[in-house]
Design a binder for this molecule. Structure first.
Ligand code: FAD
Ligand code: NAI
Length: 466
């Protein structure tokens, strides 16, 4: 079988690349080692985690916050099997949706593990022992990533688990220790804390979500504590052990003492590693960096002409929408177009409640690069819509160039931040000034008015409602 393009991996990078290439009239094959399409994102990542985040937040609202609206709940019951079952059904519907899209776009789906054999040849080993070979003029590697662990603490998938196992636990744990207060730690920690688990998160650095804007980490830290999560910031993990039905974590406090934390499970959320196992990189001229990420040039092409790589396997922001942009980029380049990706305008979101979202430079990065900036901010508590919704916890922070007012970064902590950040992405892509946004009409009463007010505050410190 000879194709114009073969895509290895059906995550958001791979399947979106395949669809775009098919739209551009290429004959496309996609190869996936698992029986369902959609990769990490649809099967064990974005989609199942958001399903549980939404369900658990509803439970918390019913338990703690319905009262202020005058809604009484007399016998609130948590049915974990149903909650988990709903999550599984959401995943099933989504992966079926991708299979439908493959059919619709006439993309051949090959199920099995792909190995590069060189010169456009790919071997596919199916689970039933069947072996096929296909040929393609171009190849996109979109093999994604797997959970990372620590050299002294390997995942046993029983008590020392990754997000994959955490998303499929048979019952809600009584106690959970999480290593890493990054995105997975904060999101999965929130799911279980809302359902009654005693959650303790150990983080090496001094803030939750430490790579994001500092204000966001501080605000999120406070709100995690409000739902009962204990944060052990600045703590160094020394050992993680599985002991019968418990996991035991020893860590060193900032003052140098050792403390022991025990949970039914220890969830390792210390990042993800690129996945290139048995991909046959040695058969082609493709090299990886020290951490195993595939090296690519500005066109996302590897050292082997005609073989491209996208998504988590090349590093950068490990986000589904970043992988998608890269998939579209390669497909369009192969069709002779001249696409462009503005990596600075790729937003990120943490789906806790309140949510955190950001795009562009953080304040720490602006300081680091020595760019002169001004800050505008607006608190949710001054916002009518937020008060009406009983969602007054939050802030919008706008960073703009001190001289020409160009929006350089926007960071939002608060209800609906995930959706609100889209406006900031448009601002960055069109190189809007804070005043441009401030002069646009924002519907009243909406959460987006906080964005307008923060831009007014950045412009001449002239927010109206503050
Ligand atoms: P993947 O989605 O990892 O897909 C790679 C695919 O390639 C896999 O299906 C794999 O089986 C297949 N494959 C690998 N090797 C081979 C081979 N040799 N042959 C055949 N097939 C192969 N990102 C967001 O943007 N928003 C979120 O809310 C979000 N939530 C997340 C929650 C969790 C718990 C996790 C773990 C991740 C989350 N992410 C989120 C990150 C997101 O899932 C990844 O960035 C995204 O899936 C990367 O896409 P990809 O296409 O590069 O790779
Ligand atoms: P992460 O990189 O977000 O966070 C890892 C955290 O672990 C960091 O805060 C780090 O300082 C800490 N850490 C590392 N080693 C440690 C140690 N020895 N002791 C204590 N703390 C330690 O990685 P995470 O949360 O595992 O997520 C992996 C990837 O998945 C991320 O890159 C993220 O982009 C993606 N993802 C995205 C989501 C979203 O977009 N909402 C949701 C979940 C995951």
């Amino acid at each position: 079988m000879k194709y114009d393009l073969a895509v290895i991996g059906s995550g958001p990078g791979g399947y979106v690349a395949a669809i775009r290439a098919a739209q551009l009239k290429m004959k496309v094959a996609i190869i996936e080692r698992y029986s369902t399409l959609g990769g990490t994102c649809l099967n064990v990542g974005c989609i199942p985690s958001k399903a549980l985040l939404d369900s658990s937040e509803l439970y918390l609202q019913a338990e703690k916050h319905f009262g202020v609206h005058g809604i009484g709940v007399s016998s609130l019951k948590l049915d974990w099997d149903t909650m988990r079952g709903r999550k599984d059904k959401v995943v099933e519907d989504n992966v079926k949706g991708v299979a439908f899209l493959m059919k619709k776009n006439k993309i051949d789906v090959h199920t099995g593990h792909a190995t590069l054999l060189g010169s456009g040849k790919i071997a596919i080993a199916a689970g039933d022992g069947k072996h096929t070979e296909i040929e393609a003029a171009n190849v996109i590697i979109a093999t994604g990533s797997k959970p990372a662990d620590l050299p002294f603490a390997k995942l046993d998938k029983e008590r020392i688990i990754s997000s994959t196992e955490a998303l499929a636990l048979k019952s809600v744990p009584k106690e959970l220790v999480i290593i890493g207060a990054g995105v997975i730690g904060c999101e999965m920690g929130s799911v279980f804390a809302r359902l009654g688990t005693k959650v303790r998160i150990v983080e090496y650095l001094n803030s939750a979500i430490p790579t994001m804007d500092g204000t966001m980490g501080k605000e999120l830290g406070k709100s995690l504590k409000n739902i009962g999560i204990e944060l052990y910031l600045g703590h160094k993990v020394k050992s993680v052990e599985s002991k019968g039905k418990k996991a035991k974590v020893v860590c060193e406090t900032p003052s140098g003492e050792d403390i022991e934390l025990t949970g039914d499970y220890c969830l390792m959320a210390v990042g993800r590693r690129p996945y290139t196992d048995k991909l046959g990189l040695e058969n082609v001229k493709i090299s990886t960096d020290q951490r195993g990420f595939i090296k690519v040039n500005e066109n996302l092409e590897t050292a082997q002409p005609g073989i491209f790589a996208i998504g988590d396997v090349i590093g950068g922001a490990m986000l589904a929408h970043k992988a998608e942009e890269e998939g579209v980029f390669v497909a369009e380049r192969l069709a002779g177009q001249k696409p462009h990706i503005n990596y600075r305008a790729i937003p990120w979101v943490v789906y806790t409640w309140p949510e955190v979202a950001g795009v562009g430079y953080t304040e720490e990065e602006l300081k680091q690069v020595g760019r002169e900036y001004k800050v505008g901010s607006f608190p949710y508590k001054a916002l009518g819509r937020a008060r009406a919704a009983n969602e007054s916890e939050g802030v919008v922070k706008v960073l703009a160039d001190k001289k020409n007012d160009e929006v350089l970064g926007v960071h939002i902590f608060g209800a609906r931040a995930a959706d609100m950040i889209a406006e900031a992405v448009v601002a960055l892509e069109f190189r809007a000034s804070a005043e441009d946004i401030a002069r646009m009409s924002h519907a009243h009463p909406t959460f987006t008015e906080a964005m307008k007010e923060a831009c007014l505050s950045a412009t001449e410190n002239r927010a109206i409602h503050l």
